[in-house]
Ligand binder design. Structure first.
Ligand code: FDA
Length: 390
């Protein structure tokens, strides 16, 4: 007997499942993949044993106390602190842009105030009435022309396969420039990687007597016991797959970007000396290279000394059926999403959640926080009979 069906075993689905199970409900989770955990899943590379993040690098970080406390119930975290570097024109610079980057780039020894004045003068060309014209004008207004061209123009055009002048200013949420030598990538209070890996963490979340997991099970497979046609209307459903797919794309496809990861085992103990190297030049086809061994310096003794695993990352538009990673959120997408939301509101006791179900980019801590609050506000009152619909 199932009290709640959860479609998708990513961090949103797992958190929801765990909360419901602890509240006494019998929960069934289905996932169409052959493993649980969604995009945060990682597994050891078969040749080297090095933990590889299967769907792209996942770094855990949060300033949310409740989420930090919650995740620590299932895993401890290493003291890993994320740092990123960028290669531009044959030289390596620290990221995000900071005083070290600026002084190295201009071969100078500017103080914070001098660097601030320099960047302001290099942004002065942009007419204030045209700042919001496009990504380029907005970017230059924030970091000045030389830094924009070196660190953002090529990288962004590869990431979006679109010229920065054709991209909206709105995608520049923040191009941080730090006038200190701090090159910590994230600003959050808590940061780290699960000590014994993502697979162990995510599997522990599902390990509860009230939770049953069915892998290789697609909600849209009419033959499945847990198919949409057999469950919706009969059972409460938490759906974390793509919202447009749920409605058979009847209002059109929502736009997504995806990435291709090209894995390679290299015959060296260290290929690039850091976990992530961005490539700012347009003529380098990939956006960045991950070297997974550097995510776990504490495992240096157990990882091989003569082999390493790298992944070159290429970014492109996703076609239907490919892995949807980053919502594009163009005007046409927003219009379609509004209609899908209206349709979703009429589905009987189906809650749309997570990254794909809401068409929002969510970091892991945001997916967990969202599941915790939607469980408390929507699912728990429904399961306890306090509310009649969810
Ligand atoms: P998620 O996508 O993880 O899970 C959805 C699940 O639903 C999948 O397992 C899928 O198979 C399943 N599903 C879909 N349709 C189905 C159907 N019809 N039937 C059955 N199952 C179905 N975050 C962060 O904090 N730090 C980071 O460094 C990164 N890095 C990062 C890199 C890349 C490339 C991406 C794409 C994302 C990140 N993230 C991240 C974000 C992180 O991956 C995200 O927060 C979580 O995956 C969100 O969990 P969800 O449960 O919402 O979705």
């Amino acid at each position: 007997m199932t009290d709640l069906l959860i479609v998708g075993s990513g961090l949103f689905g797992l958190t929801m499942a765990r909360e419901a199970a602890e509240a006494g409900a019998k929960v069934t989770i289905i996932d169409r993949r052959d493993h649980l955990g969604g995009n945060a899943w990682s597994e050891p590379d078969p040749e080297t044993g090095i933990e590889v993040h299967k769907y792209g690098a996942h770094l855990f970080h949060t300033s949310n106390e409740r989420v930090w406390e919650y995740v620590n119930r299932f895993t401890s975290f290493t003291p890993y602190v994320h740092h990123v570097y960028t290669t531009v024109n044959g030289v390596v610079y620290p990221m995000p842009v900071n005083l070290g980057t600026i002084n190295q780039f201009f071969q100078a020894a500017y103080s914070p105030d001098e660097a601030r004045a320099l960047i302001a003068s290099q942004a002065a060309d942009i007419d204030p009435t045209h700042v919001d014209d496009n990504f380029r004008t907005k970017g230059i207004s924030l970091v000045g022309k030389p830094l924009f061209e070196a660190f953002f123009e090529g990288y962004t055009s590869k990431q979006w396969q679109t010229d920065p002048e054709e991209l909206p200013a709105s995608i520049v949420t923040r191009l941080p420039v730090r006038y200190t030598y701090d090159n910590r990538y994230f600003n959050d209070t808590y940061e780290g990687l699960p000590t014994d890996g993502y697979a162990a963490w995510l599997t522990r979340m599902s390990d509860h007597p009230n939770i049953t997991v069915h892998l290789d099970t697609d909600f849209f497979d009419p033959e499945s016991e847990f198919s949409k046609s057999r469950t919706v209307g009969n059972l409460p459903v938490v759906y974390t797959g793509p919202i447009d797919e749920y409605f058979d794309y009847r209002e059109g496809d929502l736009g997504w970007r995806t990435i291709d990861l090209e894995l390679e085992v290299k015959p060296t103990g260290d290929s690039q000396g850091c976990p992530v190297m961005n490539y700012g030049d347009r003529n380098v086809p990939y956006t960045r290279i991950h070297e997974f061994r550097h995510f776990h310096p504490e495992r240096a003794e157990t990882y091989p000394k003569d082999k390493t695993v790298i992944a070159r990352e290429y970014s492109r538009f996703a076609k239907r059926g490919e892995e949807p990673y980053y919502p594009i959120n163009a005007a046409a997408d927003r219009k379609r999403l509004k209609t899908y939301h209206e349709l979703a509101a009429t589905e009987p006791n189906v809650l749309f959640g997570g990254r794909l179900g809401t068409y929002k980019y969510l970091d892991m801590h945001m997916a967990i926080a969202s599941a915790l609050s939607r469980f408390n506000n929507v699912v728990a009152p429904f399961l306890s009979g306090e509310t009649k619909t969810m």
